[in-house]
Design a protein around this ligand. Structure first.
Ligand code: FES
Length: 106
């Protein structure tokens, strides 16, 4: 099983960037490694700021958010059914591609 996958990221400017990414780190780290610098992640990945809000389209292969993440997402104006906090998303081996869109600033 491969430890990399194809990452497609749509930024706030609407441009799509693609790269290969490692699986064994958080989605926030993956996005930073991919050069996505528009996510401020003010709390440093501690699930307490929601400035790492993204939309993730990965289907049922991604476990849903934990209670703490859900509570933070519920505070967001731009929350949708695809909303996740990038710092809380851990990917599992077997994923081949992931589409992520950076959510609007709150
Ligand atoms: S970086 Fe603050 S909630 Fe994710």
């Amino acid at each position: 099983m491969t430890n990399t996958f194809r990452l497609h990221v749509t930024g706030r400017d609407g441009k799509v960037r693609e790269s290969d990414a490692r699986i064994d780190v958080s989605l926030l780290t993956i996005l930073r490694d991919a050069g996505i610098d528009e996510i401020s992640a003010m709390c440093g990945g501690n699930c307490s700021c929601a400035t790492c809000h993204v939309y993730v389209d990965v289907g049922p292969s991604l476990p849903g958010p934990a209670i703490e993440e859900s509570e933070m997402l519920d505070t967001l104006v731009h929350q949708t059914s695809l909303s996740r906090l990038a710092c809380q998303v851990a990917l599992s081996a077997g994923i081949s591609a992931l589409r992520v869109e950076v959510a609007p600033e709150e």
